[in-house]
Design a protein around this ligand. Structure first.
Ligand code: GLY
Length: 433
């Protein structure tokens, strides 16, 4: 594998974390990223192609003799990028479009989970606004509304009452705010518990787990305000335990992978299990067809083994048999604090100068660039989630302290971040970072 040419597709903090993990590989691969961002330039050569421009990525990869592609974002998977790359003989980590429906169609996933008798909240499906209104008259609030299709993190609303639910139906189904993604919706019972993200590396049959992670999705401390793409993460999460995570894999991942193999749409890539841990056991909230973001920014820095051969072998359908249903080797804990621009998530501002990115940084600090650009030598904001500040430590407390200490050195106008990343709900309000 010496001299391997690897292309990472995507441009955010997740892809920066993937690039960094590959850069640590023993065999020193040559790394390219399409399109990447300026923060990745020390580690990877940037290719100016959009992640869902399938034809250009395949053409460029062939011409440039790429050996291996790791696909970051769901839009590229849903567009069939992994299918197209495999069709020309390029090993690719990421499911084909049919298997990626686990993320790109909430309805497909709920139907599949139900068919397999796997634990998930009761739901109904509406394919018109009138049908949704009629269903919403019969439910108990709060209720969860999910757009069927991909909606860039904007497709889930927890409606506290009928007015909020109807406003969402109006926006998605009558006004077309999400385009075709919102033409069908899933209306799901709200379940309480502790959320966990379990990221699974699979070759379609065998699988291995990254340390369980926890994402903080709402913009405000104490899990208040609108949903975002994720305002921070930690790993290993306090729950589930390693033994429970392996048990969930056997209960949930095995039947899903088996079904996809039987349907001739094997799943090779990262399968993200979004779980709600309840007193009655885990419930599947969602699947994603890729690394979570910001979860990737905590699980990848924790790895104590070379990620490249494992990702490569998963892509080729040959994860080692003796590693099936085990964890990738990791050590310690990591906390990622996401710095978001003013106005995020509704109307993120861009173009604000960012100060304090220069090091030196203490060992174990990683700055994963997302919505950042460079203009005339100055770093400026260019998106909603600007930067993930990750710190590693021997435990969550130490990692958390280091992540907030690093965060305090960075500034841009209107910078928003949550002060309660990695705290349990019981701890929120009692600790002042
Ligand atoms: N952190 C949630 C996601 O990646 O979808």
């Amino acid at each position: 594998m010496i001299g391997m040419r690897v292309l990472v597709v995507g441009q955010g903090g997740r892809e920066h974390a993937i690039v960094e993990a590959l850069h640590r590989a023993e065999d020193s691969p040559q790394i390219f990223v399409a399109p990447g961002n300026p923060g990745m330039e020390p580690l990877a050569e940037r290719i100016p192609v959009a992640p869902d421009d399938v034809e250009s990525i395949v053409g460029w990869s062939k011409k440039n003799e790429i050996d291996f592609v790791v696909v970051g974002p769901e839009v590229a998977l849903a567009a069939g990028l992994a299918d197209a790359l495999r069709a020309v003989g390029i090993a690719t980590l990421g499911p084909g479009a049919a298997a990626a429906r686990l993320e790109s169609s909430k309805r497909y996933t709920k139907d599949l989970l139900t068919r397999l008798g796997l634990p998930t909240a009761p739901y109904r499906v509406a394919t018109s606004a009138d049908e949704a209104d009629a269903l919403l008259a019969t439910v108990t609030y709060p209720i969860v509304l999910k757009a069927d299709g991909l909606a860039a993190g904007k497709g889930v609303v927890i409606a506290e009452n009928a007015d909020e639910a109807r406003a969402t139906v109006d926006a998605w189904m009558r006004d077309g705010a999400l385009g075709p993604a919102g033409e069908t919706i899933v209306i799901e019972d709200f379940i309480r518990g502790e959320e966990a993200s379990v990221l699974v590396l699979t070759d379609g049959q065998r699988w291995m787990l990254f340390p369980p992670a926890r994402d903080h999705k709402r913009i405000g401390e104490g899990d208040t305000g609108p949903n975002t793409g994720g305002m921070g993460a930690c790993a290993p999460a306090r729950l589930p335990s390693e033994a429970d995570a392996i048990a969930f894999g056997k209960r949930i991942v095995d039947p899903i992978l088996r079904t996809l193999r039987e349907e001739n749409t094997p799943y090779r890539g990262i399968l993200y299990l979004g779980l709600m841990l309840t007193s009655e056991g885990p419930q599947v909230l969602e699947f994603n067809a890729r690394f979570g973001d910001p979860e990737a920014q905590v699980v990848l820095p924790l790895l104590e083994e070379d990620a490249l051969p494992l990702l490569w072998n998963a892509a080729l359908g040959r994860l080692p048999a003796d590693r099936h249903a085990t964890f990738l080797k990791y050590r310690g804990a990591a906390v990622c604090v996401v710095l978001a621009s003013r106005g995020y998530p509704a109307r993120p501002a861009t173009g604000d100068d960012i100060e304090g990115l220069e090091g030196p940084w203490q060992h174990g600090i990683h700055l994963f660039h997302a919505g950042i650009d460079k203009h005339m030598g100055r770093w400026v904001t260019s998106g909603g989630r600007v930067l993930g500040v990750t710190a590693r430590g021997v435990n969550l407390e130490e990692a958390r302290e280091a992540a907030y200490a690093a965060t305090s050195r960075i500034y841009f106008a209107g910078m928003q971040y949550r002060r309660d990343i990695a705290l349990t709900s019981e701890q929120v309000g009692r600790t002042d970072p």
